[in-house]
Design a protein around this ligand. Structure first.
Ligand SMILES: [Zn+2]
Length: 589
């Protein structure tokens, strides 16, 4: 994988992701106990607010929350672009700029409330304002969520998806519910660091330790369930990951300043519908927020073209699939929200409601909903090769996956066959070896078989050439034994190295796994046939070496550059208006 090459790439994330929260929490604001701390910028209040926010202010308190104590601050890392300072954050808040939602949270000391930057309430005076990198950090400092703007219901910070370092990996695992399932020891084990180190690092970088982050997430899940389902309080407490109803009541009261049932009553009064006619009884209807611009047909089309019969189905506007989750299986359905721009509508039928957090997290990764399309558009829009496509289709997402193992198998069996061919093979594997759903949901009848099932097969039981079947089985053994873990917490470089060592798995397959299973925003597939065709269609040399060198300037967004290349209509005398990357062969180097 080229990410380690040329000595130009930082392995802990895109270069501008420095750690930039100001560490000098000295109050220099005249006239009062102002918690706001200016970063020393000389820009006036009418300065242009740079987007995306490259940096984040940091403010630590000494208070103890759930056993987590701020200990030390990490030194500031180098950055090659200006940080977003508190002055710029305040401007973003004053202009109610929704692009910043999820990037930071703003709290007002006089009301004790924290908001998303675009909150419609009149902005507070600068000296009453504090900024936090996470909702958990605001809660930890004693602030409550605004009832008006519901700050936690924003897309997540794209920073956590982009960062390849320990903080990014930890944030992705916490989002997947690992702390609720395995506790902080489980999280630390998964990452290979001590609990203490992890705690210290998260406190320094995101203003809250793993317990506070998980608690903020439980509160958010509880609110969603209270507002969107008829589940009883005890069921919700359990589903959201609380260990007791009392803890659930206390947390909801603390975070939202309302008792759980009051929260529900309030939302009942506001709500128009519970998901429309397509919601199945017993299902949970949610809205999944994303940032604009967004081209839903691209990602829906991409998934539909690859949908495994019996496991997935879709078209340009909707998508359904079966999911294998920590506590059971599920069926998820997503579609473009017809009345609310900025949301996908999602219906989940879960065997076990405790899987709600993991299901939502995995679907968000599948659709790349935490992405920052403005940053990508800014970076690639001016590019001579990609610019026209970016201008024509701003906001393409990099489709991820709900299950790293399944994606890895699909990457191997997709070697040197067409997308349609790979789909047929995957469908046969699912039909022959996948577990049947207890209740079929329309055409969705099976789960894709897990690594343990595939590892136990003989090569001639897989419908593909023997060499490739052996590679699939070798891969399955490594995944089943836990030697290689393809989840949100994976160390991308270490995993890539392990995969490349498997006989029959080449750079294309590894890069594809990096792209979709590991959510790397900077993966590139220079030997991909679609890439070659797209470059040649633009009159450029399409050989891998030329592609690699051309792609250098698309860092750190080469995964998105790929989407624009793949979306290139390739003239072959066929219908060139179809921009879906369907009939293209994907091949190994
Ligand atoms: Zn608000």
């Amino acid at each position: 994988m080229p990410a380690g090459g040329a000595g130009t790439v930082r392995l802990d994330g895109p270069p501008h992701f420095g750690q930039l929260w100001q560490t000098t929490a000295v109050d220099t604001w005249p006239g009062g106990p102002a918690p706001l701390f200016w970063s020393g910028s000389t820009r006036g209040l009418d300065a242009h607010v740079r987007f995306p926010p490259d940096g984040r202010a940091r403010h630590l308190t000494d208070s103890k929350v759930m056993g987590e104590t701020a200990t030390s601050l990490e030194p500031t890392r180098a950055t090659n672009s200006a940080p977003l300072d508190d002055e710029a954050r305040y401007l973003a808040v004053r202009s109610r700029d929704a692009r910043f939602d999820g990037w930071f949270f703003v709290a007002v000391t006089s009301t004790g409330i924290y908001c998303r930057p675009s909150c419609p309430s009149p902005p507070a005076r600068p000296f009453r304002v504090r900024f936090f990198p996470t909702a958990a950090a605001a809660q930890r400092a004693g602030f409550r969520a605004c009832k008006r703007c519901v700050p936690d219901a924003t897309p997540g910070s794209p920073e956590w998806d982009r960062r390849a370092d320990l903080v990014g990996r930890a944030m992705r695992l916490i989002a997947d519910g690992v702390v609720d399932r395995d506790g902080v020891p489980g999280l630390a084990r998964r990452l290979g660091y001590s609990e203490r180190h992890l705690n210290r690092l998260l406190l320094a970088e995101v203003g809250a330790g793993p317990l506070a982050l998980a608690r903020a997430q439980r509160a958010q899940t509880a609110r969603v369930l209270l507002e969107t389902t008829e589940l009883r309080a005890a069921e919700i407490a359990f589903a959201a990951g609380f260990s007791s109803v009392r803890q659930f009541n206390e947390t909801v009261q603390e975070v939202f300043a309302q008792a759980p049932m009051a929260l529900r009553a309030r939302s009942n009064a506001k709500r128009d519908t519970r998901g429309g006619s397509w919601a199945v009884p017993g299902s949970i209807v949610l809205r999944l927020a994303y940032r604009l611009p967004f081209q839903p047909a691209h990602v829906f089309g991409f998934l539909a073209a690859r949908a495994i019969p019996g496991v997935e189905e879709g078209d340009l506007e909707h998508y359904r699939r079966t999911l294998c989750l920590p506590h059971g299986s599920a069926v998820a359905e997503l579609r473009v929200h017809t009345r609310a721009e900025g949301y996908l509508q999602c219906v989940l039928c879960l065997d076990d409601v405790r899987d709600l957090t993991a299901a939502v997290r995995r679907l968000r990764r599948l659709f790349d909903l935490d992405a920052d399309p403005v940053a990508v558009t800014e970076a690639l829009g001016a590019d001579a090769v990609l610019g026209p496509a970016v201008t024509a289709m701003p906001g393409l997402r990099t489709p991820g996956h709900v299950d790293g193992d399944e994606l890895a198998f699909r990457a191997v069996l997709g070697q040197q066959v067409s997308v349609a061919g790979a789909r047929t093979v995957a469908g046969r594997i699912a039909a022959e070896h996948g577990r049947k759903l207890p209740d079929a949901s329309g055409s969705l009848t099976r789960l894709f078989p897990g690594a343990a099932v595939i590892a136990a097969l003989a090569p001639d039981e897989l419908p593909m050439p023997a060499g490739r079947a052996r590679a699939v089985i070798r891969l399955a053994s490594l995944l089943a034994s836990g030697d290689v873990v393809l989840d949100a917490g994976a160390d991308r470089d270490a995993v890539a190295e392990r995969l490349l060592a498997i006989d029959g798995i080449g750079p294309w397959t590894v890069a594809y796994i990096r792209l979709r299973a590991l959510g790397d925003p900077d993966a590139f597939l220079p030997s991909d046939l679609g890439v070659r065709r797209a470059l040649e269609a633009r009159g450029l040399p399409g050989d891998p070496r030329s592609a690699v060198s051309l792609a250098e300037k698309w860092r750190p967004w080469r995964s998105y550059a790929l989407q624009y290349l793949w979306a290139t209509p390739v003239s072959s005398g066929r219908d060139t208006t179809d921009r879906r990357p369907t009939a293209r062969k994907e091949q190994v180097a």
